[in-house]
Design a protein around this ligand. Sequence first.
Ligand code: UP5
Ligand code: MG
Length: 199
Amino acid sequence: IYRMAPKVVFVLGGPGAGKGTQCQNIVKEYGFVHLSAGDLLREERSKPESEYGELIEAYIKEGKIVPVDITCSLLERAMTNSEKDMFLIDGFPRNKDNLDGWNRRCANKVQLLFVLHFDCPLEICVERCLNRGAAGSARIDDNIESLKKRVNTFINETKPVIDYYKTQNLVKEIDGSRPKEEVFKDIRKAFDDIKAMGD
Ligand code: UP5
Ligand code: MG
């Protein structure tokens, strides 16, 4: 049976910009499957039999980007197992290694619709993550030391990826600093645009 290439939307933005929160909203209204690269890595880390557990733990604590072959394998497996064909890939690709690996392994098998970028002042991002940490999140990187590193990695490694997609005219900018409901209103506009275009 002929199947259309799966559709993919990348969701990028600083740590705590609201990617996961808004992906849950998008799933409910637009029927995408949410694949958070960070969640997949944390799940892999928690498997006692994983050969990458310690590496993933160390990278996440240091706010560093895990080598792309690990992340791509997890994403590919999740897409295959889901048997669906519309994916929100949250928190990936985050650096040049991620971008190159994706282009090498996956890009030609999917249709990249656009990149949603949550633009949010980094002070707000950090505050949100610290609040989540103070409220008892299980994340090992919701502390000030890890957050400084996550922010630096975002500025130095992820921003250039967003800029690259901007040169391709693929980026839809969302003001992520507003209240959650307001942010989702803007997101609806971005998704309704593609509906109106017939796919
Ligand atoms: N919140 C959300 N929206 C709000 C709003 N509009 N107003 C007020 N509060 C808002 O939200 C964070 C917090 O803010 C929550 O408490 C929420 O209620 C509140 P969330 O939706 O979780 O934001 P998100 O952008 O998803 O933040 P997250 O902490 O998940 O961002 P990161 O990008 O840092 O985390 P991720 O899990 O993607 O990655 C973690 C680490 O994994 C990376 O640092 C890296 O080491 C590793 N990683 C890789 O190596 N490779 C990958 O491909 C992916 C991850
Ligand atoms: Mg997240």
